[in-house]
Write a protein that binds this ligand. Sequence first.
Ligand code: HEM
Length: 395
Amino acid sequence: MLATELDLPTYDHLDGVTGARFHELLDEVASQSWLARGATGLAVFDRETCNALLRDRRFAFPALELLQLQGVTSGPIWDRTVDGLMVQSGDAHARLRRLLMPAFTPRATERLRPRLRELIEALWAPAAAAGECEFVATLAEPLPSQAIAELLDVPGDAPDLARWSVLLQEVFKFRLDETGPAVEQAYAEVRAYVFDKLAQRRRAPGEDLISVIGQTDLTDDECVTLVCSVISGGTDTTEAQLAHGMRLFAEHPDQWQLLVDDPSLAAQAVEEVLRYEPITPFTARIATEDVEVRDVVFPKDTVVFICAATANRDPQVFEDPQAFDITKPREAAPLTFGFGAHFCIGASLARAELAETFSYLAPRVRDLRLAGEPVLGSPTGIYAVESLPLAFTSV
Ligand code: HEM
């Protein structure tokens, strides 16, 4: 049976839907079929099939197709994307991962934790005094670029990294006809910046990511591409996950109280936040040849969305999956960082940022509550939180 010819449930009713309703609608489709058809392509929902597709080397991430759809087929944006980690596959991809990995091991991340704590403390100080804040601007937005600045050992340059990350992310926002020149300018600036840092770090290497990749056989341009992947992969994502995490706690005060009573639950709380509200509810793959999965053939060039939002609440895997419960040991890791060859390289850094934030705030924030409606972005790309007004009592 060809996937493209099957009579399938549809999920094209999600436009503009966020929050609990978004999950209800998706879970309902997932309960009917492992495969469904949406406005932009087919999607798979259960954890086992999601894993199978992410593991299957015959499926690739369709970044170049996304650019082609926007009329970009050459030039600096194209070149950087072609060489980027998400587009590479096989040995070429494995080589890049191997070279980047030393900067991202759990041990390397552990070294950053005390510094993360200092950054969180400084960002939180004005909010602590006020007893209220808009959490995105206060902490969720600035922390990830500051963390990447630490990883690159360029602490003063976080504002530049934040600005570049916004522009590099434009590649996936379908408005390159407007933003293309600014994005190209950002790539040129990052290139000059990384070239400069590589020269410095080769003279006096440290343990930071630029020193690590500067001592490999990568060309300087390959180094620039990797730094671009880190800047654009590690900023909006972690910002959104931090903000959704605090939103979930403000909406579930009993769960915040559990963390207040026992801040050592922070690591498990991070896993539950990642499971319950994955900020990458969908990723995408394209079949590079005809692929048969569960007796269904996905013809070459078929785009399939892989839904972490439903996989993370798959009742075949998780007991009581609709409960947000930070004390419940879960049966499997969430699919929020992907799976297989492209598994998020920054997962341990993102986990550390979330855990340090929760464990720093838990003993200091009582009576956490929403001070207004959170403004949520669209869940179709990175599921952002535009604004999260919080009120609390500082202790
Ligand atoms: C909560 C925060 C984060 C989430 C939810 C997240 C999610 C993901 C997902 C789902 C993928 C795989 C996509 C796919 O296979 O289709 C991925 C890949 C990637 N992420 Fe993250 N990410 C986060 C934070 C970070 C951070 C902090 C960094 C770097 C500092 C980072 C860098 C990357 C890179 C470079 C890749 C590509 C890996 C490859 O292709 O081999 N991410 N991320």
